[in-house]
Design a protein. Structure first.
Length: 131
C-alpha cells in the first residue's frame, strides 16, 4: 500500500513538472521522460502507467472537446476557447469532434464537465421529465 501511495505521489509530481505556465507541453513531457530514463525507478513500468493516467487527466482538464453535427469555423473555436478559459480561470484549448447524433446544437466536454446545448440533449431531458 505504501508503495502505491509513493508511486501516485511521484506521478502527480511528474505531471506538475510537465506543466509550462499551467499547460502540459510536449517539451516538458520529453524532459520528464528523459529524467525518468536516467533514474530507472524499481517500479519503472508502474510509474510510467500512473504518470500517463494523471497526464491524460490533466490534458482533459485543459481541453474543451466540442461535439457538433457539422464543422465549426476557426473564429468560433477561438471564441469557445476564450469563454472556457474565462470560466475555468486557466488556459483551455478547443478541439472539434463530429457527432451526427446531435441533430443540431453543440455539446462541450471539459474534463468531467459536460455542457449540452444540443437538440438531442434537450429531447432526452424532455423525455426523462415526462416519465
Amino acid at each position: 500500500m505504501k508503495r502505491d501511495k509513493k508511486i501516485t505521489k511521484l506521478a502527480k509530481k511528474l505531471v506538475e513538472l510537465s506543466l509550462d505556465n499551467g499547460v502540459v507541453t510536449e517539451a516538458k513531457v520529453a524532459e520528464v521522460l528523459s529524467g525518468l530514463k536516467q533514474v530507472q525507478h524499481r517500479q519503472h513500468l508502474t510509474v510510467l502507467k500512473t504518470y500517463l493516467a494523471y497526464l491524460r487527466r490533466e490534458i482533459a482538464l485543459q481541453t474543451a472537446v466540442v461535439s457538433t453535427p457539422s464543422s465549426l469555423s476557426d473564429a468560433t473555436l477561438k471564441e469557445i476557447e476564450a469563454n472556457f478559459t474565462k470560466i475555468y480561470g486557466r488556459t483551455i484549448s478547443a478541439v472539434t469532434q463530429q457527432d451526427t447524433s446531435l441533430i443540431a446544437g453543440v455539446r462541450v466536454r471539459v474534463g468531467d464537465d459536460v455542457y449540452d446545448a444540443s437538440v438531442a440533449g434537450r429531447l432526452q431531458r424532455l423525455a426523462e421529465n415526462v416519465h
